[in-house]
Design a protein around this ligand. Structure first.
Ligand SMILES: C[S@@+](CC[C@H](N)C(=O)[O-])C[C@H]1O[C@@H](n2cnc3c(N)ncnc32)[C@H](O)[C@@H]1O
Length: 320
């Protein structure tokens, strides 16, 4: 234990975490716990992913800087808004679908699946569509994407985003991702951005410091396993599935992937990207009293105190 329990309970009160959650993060981040706590107190600056179906990075940069936005170039996909006179969401460029407001690490996810213009892709949990519409842009509006989600309200946001961004290769289904077995053709690629406790987005929603319990983590991990099994069962042999969550919790991440390695015919693939110039962190293989296989090191994480972004988990899986 890095910090003793008495001190931990004071820190939990000071920063607004439930004691149980903070105990978990103490075990995960150890001497980096103070950095983690402080990083979560910062707000993310707004960032936008350029919708290359409608405009180039340079054209959008020029249009927005003319209006007084100060943009910094963060990666191949978009910009961080460093300074502004009015909200980026109120711009004509937003209404015209020239960009999607998306976190810096979130906008790096879809390209990891590397869909091609000929692929049939299924996004099992798609709403509100940040990653689906990015897949569509990477595929240049070709190939075909089936986007599933169970939540009707979020699905209408997905449909609005699809139409605003001019995506023509997406069909939307108000179905559980578990129902993908009903689709006739087997997909080449699957994105599974699974429902999760969302503890990686504490910067955006501080309630997540305390509102979810270990019970929720375990409950969601069972749903995540069911969705992952349905995805792998349906995927073409040799196809790729990207499993991702915005949760920090090993039970929703490494443990789910370890379960899949033990029970399904899969292997993990390398994910080789940097965020803000910093390589991603590797998956945990010795945590909460469990020792996992070395292959789990191929899973990757972004962390608030390392990458100055939300915390995401990613595992790139190949079906054998
Ligand atoms: C992390 S969010 C997806 C975010 C989305 N990929 C994006 O980038 O905008 C998870 C989504 O899973 C949906 N969901 C929950 N259970 C589901 C299920 N069994 N099948 C499909 N979608 C589900 C939720 O409604 C929610 O929209």
């Amino acid at each position: 234990m890095f910090v003793d329990l008495m001190k931990l309970s004071d820190i939990a009160r000071e920063y607004g975490y439930s004691f149980d959650n903070l105990k978990r993060y103490n075990e995960m981040f150890r001497e980096k716990l103070p950095d983690f706590l402080e990083a979560n107190e910062k707000e993310n600056k707004d960032s936008i992913r350029v919708n290359t179906l409608k405009i180039t990075m340079n054209e959008l940069y020029d249009r927005l800087t003319e209006k007084g936005f100060v943009l910094s170039n963060i990666n191949d996909y978009g910009f961080v808004i460093e300074d502004f006179n009015f909200s980026i969401s109120s711009t004509e460029e937003n209404l015209l679908g020239y960009f999607y407001i998306q976190g810096v690490s979130e906008m790096c996810v879809s390209s990891i699946l590397s869909p091609t213009t000929n692929d049939f892709v299924i996004d099992m949990c798609a709403a509100p569509g940040g990653k689906t519409t990015h897949l569509s842009a990477i595929m240049e509006n070709k190939g075909c994407i089936y986007a599933f989600d169970v939540n009707k309200r979020r699905l209408s946001a997905l449909k609005n985003n699809i139409s605003r961004l001019g995506c023509l290769n997406i069909a939307v289904f108000n179905l559980s991702g578990e129902k993908i077995k009903k689709i006739n053709e087997d997909p080449d690629k699957i994105l599974l951005d699974a429902p999760c406790t969302g503890s990686g987005v504490i910067r955006k929603d501080s309630l997540r410091k305390s509102i979810k319990s270990t019970h929720d983590v375990i409950f969601l991990s069972e749903i995540q396993k069911k969705l992952l099994k349905a995805g792998i069962d349906k995927l073409k042999s040799g196809g790729t599935l990207l499993y991702t969550t915005c949760s920090l919790e090993p039970e929703e991440n490494e443990f789910v992937v370890q379960w899949a390695l033990d029970c399904l015919d899969i292997k993990l693939l390398e994910i080789d990207i940097q965020i803000n110039g910093i390589p991603l962190e590797r998956g945990y293989i010795d945590i909460f009293g469990r020792k996992l296989s070395n292959e789990i090191l191929l899973c990757k994480r972004t962390l608030p105190h390392v990458h100055n972004t939300n915390g995401l988990f990613m595992a790139k899986i190949s079906k054998l």
